[in-house]
Ligand binder design. Structure first.
Ligand SMILES: NC(=O)c1ccc[n+]([C@@H]2O[C@H](COP(=O)([O-])OP(=O)(O)OC[C@H]3O[C@@H](n4cnc5c(N)ncnc54)[C@H](OP(=O)(O)O)[C@@H]3O)[C@@H](O)[C@H]2O)c1
Length: 311
């Protein structure tokens, strides 16, 4: 199995680079010098690398800023993935594209399944939905994998934001009317590797859209309390949580109220159970606290490569 990952230092790209591989398997993440979403002329290099599977873990992910630069978000999240999908086909590779729970408006009141109608509320979400549609049109056999509320020690997330606030505040106000499935990037990487093997082995069956998110949905406030409990248990910064409504934090981009995802299709088709975020949170927070105790930021780039990874 030879996998090419688009993206380098993000949650999912880093987790894939850190993931243990089977003997003989390889994973290459050439970074923007190799494949740059904003330079479609670089996509031709995929054929020279000759992977079995291309995983697009790169994206424009700044939800707030996308309101001010929707064209750039559309270019990187919709036009570029369609070009990548075609380049992967020319290279003879399967294509896996990452998308988001934010394609939904959050009004369902229950976890979303893959067939539910999307209704994006923000420029970022519209660009990601346009990306799904463009990838499906370019490549009907592509896999679209929707993930949610990703956390890891390698990129910005709700988890390090909470820890940073707790360093200087005894109490942190957190919204209690937004619900979702916090998902560790390492579990996403493991699921993507299983999906890669499965789609190569059974290309006709393992195709289409999959949800890959934790099974235990929570509110932002509940998740913040879990972050602080994990940190306090390790002697790290912690604060008490003051529950507030989303209206207390006016933001440009509208956040959907409840985007919990149902990942049963992944279990039924590929045999991958939805993870729980709870055991992963402790180890991610521990890694963040270790860095902070060493005088560094809570998050930082992946230092070591996985044993079989290259690039
Ligand atoms: N984070 C979340 O909570 C979340 C939630 C739902 C869905 N998702 C989706 O999950 C996927 C992975 O996101 P993430 O959480 O890993 O995001 P992230 O931590 O913000 O990282 C963004 C990634 O995009 C890459 N990238 C940005 N511009 C690029 C360009 N021009 N060319 C090539 N690569 C570029 C970055 O690579 P560099 O190292 O080169 O900067 C980085 O690897 C995305 O599709 C995202 O929409 C994320």
């Amino acid at each position: 199995l030879k996998i090419l990952v688009v993206g380098m230092s993000g949650h999912v790209a880093s987790a894939l680079r850190a993931a243990p591989l089977a003997p003989g398997d390889s994973l290459l993440a050439p970074g923007r010098a190799g494949v740059d979403l904003d330079r479609p002329e670089t996509f031709a290099s995929i054929a020279q690398i000759g992977p079995d599977v291309v995983i697009n873990a790169g994206a424009y992910t700044d939800v707030e800023r996308a309101e001010d630069e929707p064209e750039l978000a559309m270019r990187l999240n919709a036009e570029a993935p369609a070009g990548l999908a075609v380049a992967a086909r020319r290279a003879g590779a399967r294509f896996i594209h990452l998308s988001t729970d934010y394609v939904f408006d959050g009004a369902k009141g229950a976890p979303y399944v893959e067939g539910d109608a999307p209704a994006p509320l923000s420029a970022y979400a519209r660009s990601k939905l346009a990306g799904e549609e463009a990838v499906r049109a370019a490549r009907p056999d592509a896999l679209i994998v929707r993930v949610a509320w990703v956390f890891s020690p390698w990129s910005r997330s709700f988890v390090d934001t909470m820890l940073r606030l707790a360093v200087s505040r005894p109490e942190v106000s957190v919204v209690d009317d937004q619900f979702g499935c916090p998902t560790p990037a390492s579990a996403i990487a493991s699921g993507l590797l299983d999906l890669s093997r499965a789609t190569l082995a059974r290309p006709a069956a393992v195709t289409g859209t999959f949800h890959l998110a934790s099974r235990d949905g929570v509110s932002r406030a509940e998740f913040a309390e879990a972050v602080f409990a994990a940190s306090a248990a390790q002697g790290g910064p912690a604060a008490s949580v003051r529950r507030v409504p989303s209206s207390a934090f006016p933001q440009k981009a509208v956040r959907p109220p409840d985007t919990r995802l149902d990942s049963s299709r992944l279990r039924d088709v590929v045999g991958v159970e939805a993870p729980s975020w709870r055991p992963h949170l402790e180890s991610v927070v521990a890694a963040m606290i270790d860095r902070w105790r060493a005088g560094e930021a809570f998050i930082g780039p992946l230092q070591q490569q996985g044993p079989s990874a290259e690039g």
